[in-house]
Design a protein around this ligand. Structure first.
Ligand code: COA
Length: 316
């Protein structure tokens, strides 16, 4: 569904800043990543989004293309970030069809609520594989193109490069591993790995002009993530525990993306932008609410009332 600009982008950015640029995004059909890509497309970029579900990914690509007349947005379905060869082929196809990869958003992630008691070894591995290995695969498949783009689009910080910016990657992470969170051991460990990965990319590829940063969204309303992680009937009382007094909007993640990828982010490298209304500083303001601590853990009950429940009984 075509969205009004106000749903995914603030008024502060200039149209055309990403003209002739290409953004490559894993998990691009998801609620947060699609807003990030839509904002880039609105401001001039073409895009290549990847996901596991063919229909959902292709449909989202068409939808994002409505953000700007003439935009080219390709949706590549049936791509699992756990498979490097598949990602490498997609990166090659992106460059063949759209001309380059100037920006990457590593957004594909796996998530569900489960206590350690309910988390099988394979369940833990699945999330590690999607988040950590998948982010590494995305990086490896796109780095040669990012480095090439960085070489073409250098800035000394005073004079903007006439051809704009390029050679930047954002890893979409989280804040839950800053303090720890029950029912989220698998994701906490995985996101800590993703953060380390980004930081090291900045160190090793900074000298080649590549900027690598993390966006750590907090509780963002109307997203698949929130549906998976919180019982919606508790959302009102949950929001009141967030310092900014409400859940975030996907637009607020998109704005952070534009900040990092545009001329405003030239000297921002190897860091994390937390966009969470201050939520992580409050222990109580975290997804997973609705499961009273520690009573829920001690009860041995299974997680219910959220999206993304286990399909069948696992052999833990
Ligand atoms: N609670 C506990 N274990 C769960 C679970 C849940 N809610 N959902 C899946 N698992 C377990 C499975 O039982 C299986 O373990 P087992 O072999 O010991 O039984 C393991 O996780 C893998 O599940 P499977 O469905 O085969 O893996 P998958 O690769 O198809 O799916 C997931 C990966 C599990 C991460 C799934 O949640 C997913 O596809 N997520 C993508 C979307 C998403 O999470 N987006 C997050 C936005 S924040």
């Amino acid at each position: 569904m075509p969205l009004p600009k106000s749903a995914y982008l603030s008024e502060v950015w200039k149209d055309g800043i990403f003209d002739n640029k290409v953004v490559f995004c894993t998990g691009g059909a998801g609620t947060i990543c699609s807003a990030q890509v839509r904002a880039m497309v609105h401001l001039g970029a073409n895009a290549y989004i990847l996901g596991r579900n063919v229909e959902k990914t292709e449909k989202m690509a068409k939808d994002i293309a409505t953000a700007r007349p003439g935009a080219k947005v390709i949706g590549a379905g049936n791509v699992d970030v756990r498979k490097f060869d598949s990602l490498k082929n997609e990166a090659e196809r992106c460059v063949r069809e759209l001309g380059s990869i100037d920006f990457v958003i590593a957004g594909a992630a796996g998530n569900f609520l489960a206590s350690i008691d309910q988390l099988s070894v394979n369940a833990f591995k699945s999330v590690m594989d999607i988040d950590v290995l998948g982010s590494y695969n995305t990086l490896k498949a796109t780095l040669p193109y990012l480095a090439e783009s960085a070489t073409k689009h250098k800035s000394d910080g005073l004079t903007p490069c006439p051809t704009g910016t390029g050679g930047r990657i954002i890893f979409v992470s989280a804040t839950i591993h800053y303090s720890g969170l029950p029912l989220q051991t698998h994701v906490s460990v995985a996101k800590a790995g993703v953060d380390s990965l980004s930081n090291n990319v900045a160190i090793e590829y900074g000298p080649r002009g590549v900027n690598s940063n993390i966006i750590a969204p907090g509780p963002i309303g109307e997203t698949e993530g929130m549906e998976r992680l919180a019982r919606m009937e508790d959302s009102q009382s949950y929001a009141s525990t967030i310092p900014s007094g409400r859940m975030g909007r996907v637009k607020e993640i998109a704005d952070a993306t534009i900040y990092l990828f545009s001329d405003s982010g030239n000297y921002v490298n190897g860091t994390t932008i937390v966009v969470d209304g201050g939520a992580w500083r409050m222990h109580s303001a975290n997804p997973g609410s609705g499961f009273k601590y520690p009573d829920f853990l001690l009860s041995g009950e299974e997680v219910t009332g959220v999206a993304g429940l286990k399909k069948s009984k696992s052999k833990i």
